[in-house]
Design a protein around this ligand. Structure first.
Ligand code: HEM
Length: 142
């Protein structure tokens, strides 16, 4: 007989919820934007895509900051100093990908207007790195 009581909410659940929320906006947002931009450009021209991209940044960069903040919280929560070499290597590669993801996105915003091909390549690199970071995150939490 189910007594109706739910699982207790502990700090770890809040920490991972916030980390995954940041990841869903940062990674999911880039995927959705990549799907919407070509249609927006056809329908409204380059100014429309610029308005969309600028709007996306208003949620994307706070999401990235949330990822870094909750990521550091994760490191304390998992007692990173006590983890295995394999865990630390996975974490190191993940943090490299996080850096490439942020630098790629920033590079994209800097070059998208003046060097569209380079801007596009940096956006693709940033998204690929973010997807890799998300996968390694699930591996770490597994
Ligand atoms: C692009 C940025 C990032 C993405 C997309 C990302 C994504 C994720 C995901 C999806 C998880 C798995 C959560 C789960 O299975 O419940 C995770 C876990 C984790 N992330 Fe991140 N993360 C990012 C940045 C960071 C940063 C900057 C740090 C450290 C400073 C970090 C440290 C960790 C740790 C230690 C875990 C394991 C948490 C646990 O076992 O409780 N992450 N990450």
């Amino acid at each position: 007989m189910i007594d109706g009581s739910m699982l207790p909410v502990h700090a770890g659940a809040v920490r991972l919820f916030l980390h995954v929320l940041g990841a869903s906006v940062w990674v999911g947002g880039q995927i959705v934007l990549a799907a919407l931009v070509p249609a927006a450009r056809r329908a409204g021209g380059p100014e429309t895509t610029r308005v969309l991209a600028r709007r996306f940044q208003l949620v994307a960069w706070p999401a990235f900051a949330l990822l870094v903040g909750t990521g550091i919280w994760n490191l304390f929560a998992v007692h990173v100093g006590d983890q295995s070499d394999a865990y630390l290597t996975t974490l190191f590669v993940k943090l490299l990908l996080v850096g490439v993801s942020g630098a790629g996105a920033l590079g994209h915003t800097l070059f998208a207007r003046t060097k569209p091909a380079l801007g596009g390549a940096l956006a693709a690199l940033g998204l690929a790195a973010a997807l890799g970071a998300a996968f390694l995150g699930v591996l770490l939490a597994g």
